[in-house]
Design a protein around this ligand. Structure first.
Ligand SMILES: [Zn+2]
Length: 173
């Protein structure tokens, strides 16, 4: 990897340091607990075979109560995204413009999450999940699911901006 081709896939993920922790309830708690352990938990309906996210008490496709928690790799393809130039909340102002995408998961189901580098986010690009820890106490620390763009198939026109967005990786010794 030369200096002209920074590998944005290995650069650190910037986080919104003032972002409040997510509000958790009985339905979302397993998802957040999974992220802290580097697992992506979504639900599967045994009645109709649909996968769903976020977790909810009944299947939105067939109405069956309950659902099975499954762990998925989280790889997928960007279905749609937004890239706000002005942050939706003050806590995210330092990250703007950031990208939040709906991702078509390999194997079915859709999730949403922030995409890095934001400038390389585009419909149809492949993404791989990663995890960004927000420090805090036991009660306030949380882990954010972030999708990293596969730079190899990102639109070439986005790469210079994407490289400039992230800190350079540490030089090799
Ligand atoms: Zn169902």
């Amino acid at each position: 990897m030369s200096e002209m081709e920074p590998d944005v896939n290995i650069a650190a993920i910037a986080i919104a340091v003032n972002a409040p922790p997510p509000t958790q309830d009985e339905h979302s708690a397993p998802f957040w607990a999974g992220l802290a352990e580097r697992r992506i938990v979504i639900q599967h309906c045994a009645q109709c075979d649909h996968r769903r996210f976020p977790r909810m008490p009944a299947c939105p496709y067939c109405g069956a109560a309950g659902g099975d928690d499954i762990v998925v790799p989280g790889t997928g393809t960007v279905y749609s995204f937004v890239r706000p130039n002005r942050a939706m909340t003050p806590a995210y102002a330092e990250l703007a413009p950031y990208a939040v995408a709906t991702v078509d998961l390999d194997g079915g189901g859709r999730m949403f999450g922030r995409v890095v580098p934001a400038a390389a986010c585009a419909i149809g690009v492949r993404v791989t999940p990663d995890f960004a820890d927000h420090p805090g106490t036991d009660a306030t620390a949380w882990t954010e699911l972030v999708f990293r763009v596969h730079v190899a198939d990102a639109p070439v026109s986005t790469l210079a901006a994407a490289a400039a967005e992230l800190p350079a990786p540490a030089p090799e010794q």
